[in-house]
Design a protein around this ligand. Sequence first.
Ligand SMILES: [Zn+2]
Length: 76
Amino acid sequence: MAVYYSCKHCNVQIGKLDLHSVGSTDLGLNQLTDQEREEYLSYDDQGHMYVKSICEDCYEMLRRNPDFHALDSFIQ
Ligand SMILES: [Zn+2]
């Protein structure tokens, strides 16, 4: 099983974790609420997990342009 992190804004792949030795508790995912899990996590047929996150580029852009939060739909 692998965990893929991708940016929810531009869809770039941020990273990948192989979960042979790491439990989900070690990822901090147990701290998410059910609603957050539904929003940020998804699984494919093979049981791989996908986590929506934010890449450095988008983070920088949002940090410098907080108004872009209002335009969140421009990418979805
Ligand atoms: Zn991004």
